[in-house]
Design a binder for this molecule. Structure first.
Ligand code: AKG
Length: 300
């Protein structure tokens, strides 16, 4: 294939049509013509909110899920109890750019997949996978899951504490599950509604600056194009679940008065070239998994 043709094909794949019907034809058809699980009314509302605003939240107890929140909570509190030294280090870390030194990935930066762990079972739970598939209108892939401990610090906002948008895909669904109450002092996830690709404000273009090769926008710069009263500041009680399409503008983790603890996971289209952050063993024992869970892992 000539390089000109290759370039044309690459550009075509970036259009909404090409993304869906060239790059992601099989997962789209699989969703449309497969036996997609029916969503509960509350899960349907999440998908409607995501479509309209790019962000939605709900209490974990109201999701249609087979998983116990208390099981996750207990496992995470144990992790925290065993990580005292690493958590202390966050407080003393320098404010250099590139490593998010205010944030500890409690499961490590690369996950060794274990189908029996509470963390993988959470990320593959019925509601999460069904909502992701219904939002994308295709069979999505789970790309990442982890537990984040975000330390309260006094340094200037930097990296993901500043406004930005993710670029792994046209649609990107991240889920954040608060494991302790989050108020305005614990760095709530914050979203600029309707700035995702499905939203009316998808073309807003706030001023930005270059922070180590990444475009970041300050609060004042964002307020010039989207008034502060329109920002969705996702404070919430323990057990609050936030769904957000992080292709839209967002920020979070600027904790000042108390630390933040949350579970997070991410879904993209199968064609996305997102970094491989889950390491799978040679053989995954998928015997107990539902079809939608196997598909989210790319196991046919
Ligand atoms: O820590 C947060 O709330 C923001 C996270 C974020 O920017 C991201 O996951 O892309």
């Amino acid at each position: 294939m000539s390089s000109r043709l290759r370039q044309l094909l690459r550009s075509a794949k970036r259009t909404p049509f090409g993304w869906r019907f060239v790059s992601n034809l099989e997962p789209t058809m699989g969703y449309l013509f497969g036996n997609a699980d029916k969503l509960s009314p509350r899960d349907q509302q999440i998908v409607r909110d995501l479509n309209a605003y790019g962000v939605a939240s709900i209490s974990f107890d109201d999701l249609d899920t087979e998983i116990e929140f208390s099981a996750l909570e207990a496992e995470v509190e144990q992790l925290v109890a065993n990580s005292g030294a690493e958590i202390d280090k966050l407080k003393e870390a320098d404010a250099s750019i590139g490593k998010k030194t205010f944030n500890l990935e409690m499961l490590g930066s690369e996950i060794a997949f274990d189908p029996t762990s509470i963390f993988s079972r959470f990320a593959l739970s019925r509601s999460f996978v069904n909502i992701a598939n219904a939002y994308f209108k295709m069979k999505t892939r789970l790309r990442y899951y982890n537990v984040w401990y975000t330390a309260a610090t006094t340094s200037n906002a930097r990296e993901s504490q500043l406004w930005h948008f993710d670029r792994e895909d046209r649609l990107i669904l991240k889920v954040f599950v608060y494991l302790r109450d989050v108020d305005t002092g614990s760095g709530p996830f914050t979203y600029a509604p309707r700035t995702h690709k499905k939203g009316e404000l998808r073309s807003i273009s706030p001023d930005h600056f270059n922070e180590g090769g990444v475009q970041r926008t300050t609060d004042d710069q964002m307020a010039n194009v989207l008034p502060r009263e329109n920002w969705q500041i996702c404070t919430g009680k323990k057990g609050t679940v936030i769904f957000a399409d992080t292709r839209g503008f967002h920020k979070g983790g600027e904790a000042r008065t108390s630390d933040r603890l949350m579970f997070t996971c991410m879904y993209t289209s199968p064609a996305s070239e997102s970094r491989k952050l889950i390491r799978f063993p040679e053989m995954v024992d998928a015997g107990q998994m539902r079809r939608s869970q196997r598909s989210a892992l790319g196991i046919v």
